[in-house]
Design a binder for this molecule. Structure first.
Ligand code: HEM
Length: 443
């Protein structure tokens, strides 16, 4: 429908119904309007609050003041290099534990999505809260299930008028139970750290853990140190990180399994980067083909057909004269943009080295990098709310792909056939039931 709308209205804004409301889709020409718009006109927060009923599912505190986002943008991003060895350790351990591939060297059919979800959850939580919690089966299960819990409850709550929402939330939402269960793990850790800080005074500085939870505790002001509040923010992080990364990785991985002819070229690149830099952030930064492979997968079959969705909170007029009334929802038609032949020649072809080739031809590395959000690549959204975790997500996905490439052969049971994607509204979901064949790589 978005492709038809784009063709019929020749790039002018048009409206389509979504599962919750009508959405005005604008094209790339209005990217700057969307990028520059402030929250008092086109609101990201109102959009998210409405989509997942955040005040009833995750917590009103997060909706009112998401201060932890600046900890992601600053402390977390700055420390990714230092944390890489641990994150890579978790990725390789998790693949070893979760991927039951025959030792005989025979092909083993495996439900890849389930493995990927477990690996992502462990790797993310290694950064968020460290060992041993990131490997705790009960703790990671709450984290893995939480996105589904919130998405389901949020959708249901959003269908009811405002005065009924609290009632619906109380009876349908499993989120408060999940928050409590998560808190049984996280709150004692927070309390123990707060106690140690008081008892050890200055000595705490040298002994304190080096993880996201601690960066958040250090950044919190006097009013933000309540363990219950910090618990909700940790769960919010898991919500933002787990399924987005797992589903995105699965999209890229299905391309790899459907096109294993690219394995040798990817292997050569990973081998050379690791030989020079070891398994470090520098090595991953030098994996341009891996980067390009993932970016091309996200261009062709990324999670969102729409991007930068906002709720209009006061009437505005866009630069082409389009009037957006208060209460309307606006988004960029990312699907049409990512499949526009003017920007991406042969847009429906999977061309994994499309971006790394440009770099080899002399174009800027930054322009072509997976992490770069621009008017031509809307996978991460854009403007002031562009994904805060994209540097971590990119590093994690690249390290996972590099690890698979180095250790396994993969292929689809029907050679060359990628599992058919599923659509939920404007979200493109890789088939979670698909089986992929794995074989340990002969060294
Ligand atoms: C492949 C994985 C991921 C994808 C596809 C993704 C995608 C997005 C998108 C589309 C947005 C909205 C941007 C906009 O509307 O302009 C967003 C926002 C956000 N993401 Fe991600 N994300 C991913 C991973 C992560 C991770 C790992 C974290 C945390 C560690 C994270 C934290 C956030 C936060 C906090 C925001 C809100 C930013 C704000 O309020 O300003 N994301 N993400």
């Amino acid at each position: 429908m978005m492709v038809d709308g784009q063709a019929k209205f020749k790039g002018k804004p048009f409206q389509l119904p979504s599962l919750r409301s009508w959405i005005v889709y604008v094209s790339r020409e209005l990217f700057e309007d969307m990028r520059k718009a402030r929250d008092d006109s086109l609101s990201f927060r109102e959009e998210v609050n409405e989509a997942v009923a955040i005040e009833y599912t995750i917590g009103k505190e997060l909706a009112d003041n998401p201060w932890h986002t600046s900890v992601i943008r600053k402390q977390m991003t700055q420390n990714l290099g230092a944390k890489f060895p641990e994150i890579y350790d978790e990725i390789s351990q998790a693949f070893m534990d979760e991927l039951e591939v025959a030792d005989s060297g025979a092909w083993t059919p495996i439900n890849a999505y389930n493995v990927i979800l477990h690996v992502v959850c462990r790797a993310s939580n290694r950064l968020f809260v460290g060992l041993p919690l990131c490997r705790d089966k009960e703790f990671t299960k709450i984290s893995r299930d939480f996105t589904i819990t919130v998405t389901r409850a949020g959708f249901l709550i959003s269908c009811f008028p405002r005065f009924l929402k609290p009632l619906v939330a109380r009876y349908v939402s499993a989120a408060p139970g999940a928050t409590k269960a998560f808190g049984r793990f996280i709150i004692p850790v927070i309390e123990q750290r707060q106690k140690a800080e008081v008892e050890l005074g200055d000595a705490w500085k040298d002994q304190k853990p080096f993880d996201f939870l601690q960066w958040m505790m250090d950044a919190a002001n006097e009013n933000q140190r309540d363990p219950k509040d910090l618990n909700k923010r940790m769960l919010g992080m898991n919500f933002a990180a787990t399924h987005t990364s797992s589903m995105s990785f699965t999209h890229a991985f299905y391309w790899l399994a459907a096109c294993p002819q690219h394995l040798p070229e990817l292997r050569r690149e990973v081998e050379s980067a690791v030989e020079t830099h070891g398994w470090t952030k520098e090595a991953v930064n030098n994996m341009f083909k891996i980067d390009s492979f993932i970016k091309e997968s996200m261009r062709l079959t990324g999670l969102g057909a729409s991007s930068m969705q906002r709720k209009c909170v006061r009437k505005i007029i866009l630069s082409d004269g389009t009037q957006i009334p208060a209460g309307a929802h606006v988004a960029i038609n990312a699907w049409s943009l990512h499949h526009d032949p003017q920007i991406y020649p042969n847009p429906f072809e999977f061309d994994p080295f499309r971006f790394s080739r440009k770099v080899e031809e002399g174009e800027s590395v930054v322009k072509n990098a997976f992490t770069t959000a621009s008017s031509e690549f809307l996978f991460w959204g854009g403007g002031s709310h562009v994904c805060a975790g994209r540097y971590f997500a990119s590093q994690e996905l690249k390290a996972m792909l590099a690890h698979i490439v180095m250790n396994y052969d993969v292929m689809m049971p029907t050679e060359g056939v990628r599992p058919t994607d599923m659509w939920f509204g404007s979200t493109c979901i890789p088939d979670p039931r698909a089986t992929v064949l794995f074989r340990r790589r002969a060294m």
